[in-house]
Structures are given as structure tokens and as C-alpha cells.
Design a protein around this ligand. Structure first.
Ligand SMILES: Nc1ncnc2c1ncn2[C@@H]1O[C@H](COP(=O)(O)OP(=O)(O)OP(=O)(O)O)[C@@H](O)[C@H]1O
Length: 865
């Protein structure tokens, strides 16, 4: 088998060639030269520049989303589809401008949404990009990764007729990503292929060692299947009979879509087995499930057919057959020894894919196409171990999304509905994954199980591998709205971050087991583990149950320890928080106290001011009241005077009598005054005579002072007595007058004043009696003193002789009786009360008590004296 894979269909494969650097296509599309657009869509999550990888969560990488814009065909250009609605701004930014006829423009004109949208992607490839360039930038590295044990997925997404199949499979000499990847893969594996067929991958990451019988059976099955597949080709061209749900219809073989594969596969024409027309293919719908049906391969025998292979497949995935499709457990993996065999199966699978002519695409894929190839990394020393590392490359050509209503055929419409449903589920899964990346929000269930497509791809979205999306764009103006929707969907995918790798989980589990063991059993298990570097490359399924249980125990202990640490930390934090809170509370308390004191001072000041104001107002008020009362008193006095005068008018006789009596009293008083003056002069003269020098003089002066005192008392008493009697009479008269007035006026106040005056007069009487007694005593005392004085003078005369006798002749005269008048108004009193009474005479008091009686005449008052 001399097969040159260096350039199978004219394209050069240089594995060591550096990745080409593409220039921006913005200038060609006028993206940079266009004026600044007035309005931009805000729906593009990639509007801002992409964050660097280090900024992403946990250092994970974002899902790479590449955009490829296909060139317009001459026919499309002739239809006027080139309206510049898709423009590349730079290598990462794409601008969509709604054409006039589009629905988006209509809604934009109604003001509902923008007419210009900007999207950001990992890289944008313009229409001039060749298949080789696109492969080198996208798939080449993936192939390398797969050979290094990584899992990789590449899937295309876009509107129908946008170039997805062209990108994956190619057309004519322009082979797509998949044939190039296969050629590259087998070239790299050349000379290192494992020839025996004694291992077989079972579900997911498990590998089973086959015994001799199983190897033989496997070989037979493989050869048979390869033959059956190769047999299908002529059968399909002969209108393969297909029975679905009892109805037999002609199966659309879609041979026209095989041109590119056939072109590449032409390299292997000589190697194809001889076609056998004795096989037959039948598809039977599974009971109760619309999307599942069973494909049976029959080998024609002489007497009828017998089944060779039964596959249960999903209509939305790869409806007829492929050995690389791993949807349900009864599918099997076929051992591929060379690129040639891979091509055969690929071509067969391609033949069994559904194609149809739609209104947009002459050869439209009516089902998703998934191609998977697994590489078992076998080492002789680990051959017996079930944990053989496996890496997988999956290339998925999704069917194009399209408007169902525009399908003219019922069958096409059903297909379009199925396609859109599965694409919608894919979109929901991506949106849910995007949502779950935000740890602050409650996680959503990712609806992987709602579609076979998402079930197949689930592993790549859950850390099993790295996925990459290729968005194909048709720049035709007529499908602008669909293109916009596809870009919106893929814009969500640009925000996806790859989940944590399952390999990192394995490494984590192994690191757990390699921690210092708490007991002997653990250490035993660790010793039994393989070299870490060897095992870390594998998947989680390579760990046995015992190891996993041990890891769980370690994790439990770790969790327990963490909880204890957390509790201790929490207690510490609580303590710190409490102390800090207490400090804050104390500060607050001090603050409040200061504030309170300040407030109290302010309030005190405020209320003091208020009290002062109130006092001022009260004072004003009571002053006013007092004035009013005084005014009232004055009015009352005036009234009283009026009444008196009227009373006088009414009883003139009594008034006259009173006036006459008053006149008499005044006369008497004047006489008393005159007499008093005369006596005073006389007393002064006597005093001058009585000045005696020496001790006798001293005695004499003392005696004189006492005498004067007694005289003053007596005179005051007498004056008081006389005045009192006069006043008593006057008071009685006034009382009678007032009573008369009161009878006429009924003034209660006046009556009370008179009663008080009567009481005072009674008291004066009593005082008068006491004064009379005192007078008697003073008189007796004066007599004794006069006698003593005479005696002293006589003794003095005897001692001085004759000269002195002459003097003594005058001095020896018997002492004259000293008049009492000089002490008549003496201020000396016997007690405080008397002094008061002496100062304020009964007459004065009576007059005062009768206020507001008419004011006294100055001549009639004792003060005038
Ligand atoms: N980059 C390209 N260069 C040249 N021609 C292209 C390119 N991309 C697509 N085409 C052409 O556009 C047409 C439609 O492409 P293709 O069938 O791959 O679209 P599709 O997206 O797979 O459609 P569907 O989803 O209906 O299967 C084909 O004739 C193809 O040759």
C-alpha cells in the first residue's frame, strides 16, 4: 500500500511550519475606512476587549470562537447580495450593519433596537482565507494536543449555506479541516502504530484487554463492517430502500455532497475492497421514539438476508451509520490501522449522512455530522493495566440553522425543526454554563440530556477536553437576520470558560493520597499507587474503587479538620469582633455622653433664657396689674371722697361738728408747741448753769443726763397721753363718721381699716398705762437724785471756803425742778416696740391705717414738729 499522504489532494502539510499571522481584513471590508457608526449594539458580550488569560477564573482559558466569512459567489453578487452588511473591523472585531430590507433594519427604524452590531471573537477570518491557513490556525494545534493525550472538540456553527461543510470537509481540491487532520495525525503516528488488535476502548475512558477469541471476533466484525460500509455506496446510488415506521420511501443518498471526500479519497481508490452488491440496508424506526431508529445491515445469502450489524442511532446526529459515533452503548469502535481505513469509514459515514437540496443550498446537510477518532497511548509495560491513556479528537459539522417557514417541503420542514431544536438545546446549554460560571448566582441545570447532540458533546463542556467553535458567516444581505442571530448565539459562547479538567481532578486525588497518612492502611494504599507522573496523565476512571474510597476518607478528614479550623477561626474572629464592637460602643458612649452634656448645657441656657423672659413678662404683667390695682384704689378713693363729700352734704351738722372739733385740737396743739419752745429755752439755760467741773461735775452731768432722760420719758408719756386722749376722741369721731359713711357706702375695706385702727388705739391705751407707771418711778428717782445733788453741793461749799462760798451761794440754791419739756420728744425708748410707737404716733398710725383717706395737712402731723 504505497500511499503518499504528504500531499493527498494538492495541499502542502508542513508540520513544523509556524503559525501564519493573518493581517486584518478590515480595510478590505471598509471597516476601518468607514465613518464612525452612529449606534452600536449592546448585546455583544464581546464588545470590550477580551481579558487576558490570567484574568480568567482560576487561570482557565476561554472557549475559542473563530469566525470565518465565506466569499460571495458570482450568482450571489449578481443578485445584489453584496451590500456590505458584514465588515471586519480588525482581527477580533466584526461589525454587522443591517441592510435596508432586513427585519433588523425595520425594527431599528421603529426604534426597538440598533441597526449596527459589533461582536468580538478570538479571531476573524475573511473570505480570502485559504483552507490551509484556516487549518494551521485552528486544527493543527489540536492534532498535536490529541497526540499528547488531550481531548479536543471542534464544531462549526452557522446559518445554512454559510460554509460549515466546506470548512470541515472541503470541496474539490480544497480539502477541509478533517481530511487534513487525519492525514496529519497518521503522518505523526507513522512507524509508531500498534498493530495488534488485543485492546478495545469501552465506554468513555476504559480500555479492555481482549483475549484471542475476542481479537478474532473483532477482526471479523471490523472487516465485515468495512465491507458493509463499502457496499453501501453502490446500493445508495441504486435508490436504497428505506423503511421508516412501516412506510417505505426512497432514501436520499446525497451523492452530490461527496465530491470533496471523493476527491480526497481518490487517493485510496486502489485500496478499496471489492464492492459487494449482495448487502442491503434497512432503517427501522424505534417504537415510541421519533428521533431514534435502528439501522440494520443485511448480507445477502442465497436464501434471503441475515443481519450483520444493528445500530441504534439518533436522527439528529448521524442517522445512518458511523462507527466513530458513540451515542448509544451498542455502538462499537473500529480499529483503524491507517489513514486509508479512516478515509473509508469517513467516506462511508459521509455517504450515510443526509443531504438535501433546500431553497438556500443545493446540497444542504440535513443532519449533524460527528466524527470521532480515539488514540490509545499504549506502553508495553502498562498494556495489562486498564488505565491506558486515551485521547480523542471530535470534529462536528452541525447542520445549519434556518427558518422553518421558508421550507417548501414537509420533510425539509421537519428536519429544519429537529435541527433548530438541537441547536437551541446547544444554545441553552452554553447559556447555562455561562450562567454557572458566576459563582455568586444560584447554579442552573445544564440541559445536556435534552438533545443527543449535547449528550455527545457534554464531556467537552465538563472538563473532559477543550472545545473550539467555528462560526461560519454568509455575507449575503438576504440572510442578514439569521446571521445576526447566529452571531448573537456565538457571542455567548465567547464568554465560556473551560471547566476544570478531569485530569486535574485525578492529580488532586493523587495528591490527597500522597499526603502524610493518618494510619498504616493509608500508607499501604499509597505504596500500591503507581508513579504519580504516570498516573496523572490518565482520567479519573483509571483509579480503582479502593483508591477512590481512600481519597474520600482523606477528604472527609480534611473537611473535618477544616471545620474545626473554621470553628476556631470563627471563635477568634467573633472575639475580635466583640472587642472591636465594644470599643466602638465605648467610643459611641463617650461621644453620646459629650453630646448629652453639650445638649444639657444648651438646654439649661435655653431654659434660663426662657425663665428670664418669663420673669420679665411676669414682672411686666404684675406691674401692669399693680398699676391697674392702684388705679382702682385711686378710683375707689375718689369714689370714697365723693361719697364723703356727698355724705357731708347730706349730714352737714356732723361734719361741722367734726370740723370744729378738729379746729380745737389744732389750736391746742399750737399752744402746746409754743409752750414747748419756751420750756426748751428754759431748759437750755439751766443746762448752761449746771455745768460743774471735776468729779462733782461728772456726777452732776450724769445725774443731769438721767434727769433729762426721765424728763423726756415723762414728757413723751404726757404728750402721748394728751395726744392719745385727743386722738382717741378724734378716732372715735372719725369712727362714727366712717361708720356713717360706711353705712351709706357699705365699703368693706374702710370698715376693716377702722377696726384695725380701734385695735391699735386699744394697744396705745395699754402702753399709756405702762408709761404712767414708769413716770411715777422716774419722778421718785429724780427726787432722790436732787437730794443727792444738794448734798454734794453742800460738801463742796464747805471745802472751798469763802471764795467759794460766794460761788456756792448761787450754787447752794436748792435745785430747781427741771422742766420735762426738753425731753418731751426724746427718742429714748424702753423697748423696741415703744420706740416704734414713739416714732410713729397713734395719730399717725390711725391716719395711715385709714388710707386712702385724704392726705394729712402738714401742720397737723407730729412730723411737722
Ligand atoms: N470559504 C469558502 N470559499 C469558497 N467557497 C465556499 C467557502 N465556504 C463555502 N463555500 C461554498 O458555499 C456553498 C455552501 O457551503 P456549505 O455547503 O459548506 O454550507 P453549509 O453551511 O454546510 O450549508 P448547510 O448547513 O446547508 O449544510 C458551497 O458551494 C461551498 O463551496
Amino acid at each position: 500500500m504505497a500511499l503518499s499522504l504528504s500531499s493527498p489532494c494538492g495541499y502542502a502539510i508542513d508540520e513544523d511550519e509556524d503559525m501564519p499571522v493573518f493581517e486584518s481584513t478590515a480595510a478590505e471590508h471598509g471597516g476601518l475606512s468607514r465613518p464612525r457608526l452612529p449606534e452600536l449594539s449592546v448585546i455583544s458580550p464581546g464588545l470590550n476587549s477580551h481579558p487576558s488569560l490570567t484574568e480568567l477564573e482560576g487561570g482557565s482559558e476561554r472557549v475559542k470562537v473563530y469566525v470565518r466569512i465565506r466569499p460571495l459567489s458570482e450568482v450571489e453578487k449578481g443578485r445584489g447580495e453584496d451590500q456590505g452588511c458584514v465588515a471586519v473591523q480588525n482581527e477580533e472585531a466584526l461589525i454587522l450593519k443591517a441592510p435596508k430590507e432586513s427585519q433588523n433594519m425595520k425594527t431599528a427604524e421603529r426604534g426597538i433596537g440598533p441597526s449596527i452590531h459589533k461582536f468580538s471573537f478570538s479571531k476573524i477570518f475573511g473570505p480570502e482565507t485559504t483552507q490551509q491557513q484556516f487549518y494551521e490556525f485552528t486544527m493543527k494545534k489540536m492534532v498535536k494536543d490529541v497526540l499528547q493525550g488531550e481531548n479536543r472538540l471542534l464544531y462549526t456553527y452557522g446559518v445554512t449555506n454559510s460554509g460549515k461543510t466546506y470548512t470541515i470537509q472541503g470541496s474539490g481540491p480544497e480539502a477541509g479541516l478533517l481530511p487534513r487532520a487525519l492525514v496529519s495525525l497518521f503522518r505523526k503516528l507513522q512507524g509508531r502504530l500498534y498493530a495488534a488488535m488485543d485492546v478495545k476502548p469501552v465506554m468513555y475512558q476504559d480500555v479492555r484487554q481482549l483475549n484471542a477469541g475476542e481479537v478474532r471476533a473483532q477482526e471479523i466484525q471490523r472487516t465485515s463492517l468495512l465491507q458493509e460500509i463499502s457496499i453501501c455506496c453502490p446500493l445508495q446510488s441504486e435508490n436504497l430502500s428505506c423503511r421508516r415506521g412501516g412506510n417505505t420511501s426512497t432514501w436520499d443518498s446525497g451523492i452530490g455532497g461527496l465530491s470533496s471526500i471523493s476527491n480526497v479519497a481518490s487517493q485510496f481508490e486502489g485500496e478499496l475492497p471489492v464492492q459487494d452488491s449482495s448487502s442491503h440496508f434497512q432503517a427501522v424506526k424505534l417504537q415510541g421514539r421519533k428521533d431514534l431508529f435502528t439501522c440494520r445491515f443485511f448480507k445477502k445469502k442465497k436464501k434471503g438476508f441475515f443481519p450483520v450489524k444493528i445500530l441504534t442511532l439518533c436522527s439528529c446526529c448521524f442517522p445512518k451509520s458511523t462507527v466513530f459515533l458513540l451515542v448509544l452503548p451498542d455502538l462499537t469502535w473500529i480499529h483503524v490501522r491507517s489513514a486509508e481505513e479512516a478515509w473509508r469509514i469517513l467516506r462511508a459515514g459521509r455517504q450515510n449522512q443526509s443531504f438535501a437540496s433546500t431553497y438556500l443550498n443545493q446540497n444542504s446537510s440535513r443532519s449533524h455530522s460527528i466524527f470521532s477518532i480515539r488514540v490509545l497511548h499504549i506502553r508495553p509495560e502498562t498494556l495489562s493495566s486498564p488505565s491506558i491513556p486515551i485521547s480523542e479528537l471530535t470534529v462536528c459539522d452541525l447542520a445549519g440553522s434556518e427558518r422553518c417557514k421558508e421550507q417548501r417541503n414537509g420533510e425539509r420542514m421537519k428536519e429544519a425543526t429537529n435541527i433548530n431544536t438541537s441547536l437551541l438545546t446547544l444554545g441553552r446549554c452554553i447559556a447555562a454554563l455561562r450562567h454557572n460560571q458566576n459563582k455568586t448566582r444560584p447554579p442552573q441545570v445544564v440541559p445536556f440530556r435534552d438533545s443527543k447532540l449535547t449528550r455527545v458533546l457534554q464531556g467537552y463542556f465538563c472538563g473532559r477536553g477543550v472545545s473550539c467553535m467555528v462560526v461560519n458567516i454568509n455575507p449575503c444581505a438576504s440572510i442578514y437576520d439569521e446571521t445576526l442571530q447566529a452571531l448573537k448565539f456565538s457571542a455567548i459562547a465567547t464568554q465560556l470558560v473551560h471547566g476544570p479538567s478531569t485530569k486535574s481532578r485525578v492529580a488532586y486525588i493523587l495528591s490527597l493520597l500522597s499526603e502524610p497518612a493518618a494510619n498504616a492502611n493509608e500508607s499501604t494504599v499509597i505504596e500500591e499507587e503507581e508513579d504519580e507522573s504516570d498516573v496523572e496523565d490518565g482520567d479519573i476512571t483509571m483509579l480503582n474503587t479502593e483508591t477512590l474510597l481512600q481519597a474520600i476518607d482523606v477528604l472527609k478528614r480534611k473537611v473535618h479538620r477544616q471545620r474545626e479550623e473554621n470553628e476556631a477561626l470563627e471563635a477568634k474572629v467573633r472575639e475580635q469582633v466583640v472587642s472591636e464592637v465594644m470599643e466602638v460602643i465605648n467610643d459611641m458612649q463617650n461621644g453620646f455622653r459629650e453630646t448629652l452634656e453639650a445638649q444639657t448645657a444648651l438646654l439649661e441656657e435655653k431654659y434660663e433664657n426662657k425663665i428670664a423672659n418669663l420673669q420679665m413678662h411676669l414682672k411686666k404683667f404684675y406691674d401692669q396689674e399693680l398699676k391697674e390695682k392702684e388705679q382702682e384704689i385711686e378710683n375707689l378713693s375718689a369714689d370714697l371722697n365723693k361719697i364723703k363729700s356727698s355724705h357731708q352734704c347730706r349730714s352737714p351738722r356732723r361734719s361741722q361738728r367734726l370740723l370744729a372739733h378738729q379746729g380745737r385740737l389744732d389750736t391746742e396743739l399750737e399752744q402746746c408747741r409754743a409752750e414747748l419752745l419756751a420750756r426748751t429755752e428754759e431748759v437750755t439755760k439751766l443746762k448752761m448753769q449746771l455745768v460743774v467741773p471735776g468729779p462733782a461735775g461728772t456726777y452732776a452731768s450724769a445725774a443731769d443726763r438721767k434727769l433729762e432722760e426721765g424728763q423726756r420719758n415723762v414728757s413723751s408719756a404726757r404728750t402721748c397721753i394728751s395726744c392719745a386722749w385727743d386722738l382717741q376722741r378724734l378716732g372715735a369721731d372719725l369712727q362714727s363718721g366712717e361708720r356713717a359713711c360706711c353705712r351709706n357706702t357699705g365699703g368693706e375695706k374702710l370698715r376693716q381699716a377702722l377696726t384695725a385702727a380701734d385695735e391699735k388705739i386699744a394697744k396705745q391705751d395699754q402702753i399709756l398705762v405702762e408709761l404712767q407707771n414708769n413716770l411715777m418711778l422716774v419722778k421718785a428717782d429724780l427726787r432722790r437724785k436732787a437730794e443727792t445733788l444738794a448734798q454734794v453741793q453742800a460738801d463742796l461749799c464747805k471745802k472751798r471756803g469763802r471764795g467759794a462760798a460766794a460761788a456756792c451761794s448761787t450754787e447752794n440754791r436748792p435745785p430747781l425742778k427741771r422742766p420735762f419739756f426738753p425731753s418731751l420728744f426724746a427718742t429714748r425708748t424702753y423697748n423696741g416696740r415703744l420706740a416704734e410707737e414713739a416714732q410713729v404716733s397713734p395719730y399717725t398710725r390711725i391716719l395711715r391705717s385709714r388710707q386712702p383717706s385724704p392726705p394729712r395737712s402738714p401742720a397737723s402731723t407730729p412730723r411737722s414738729l
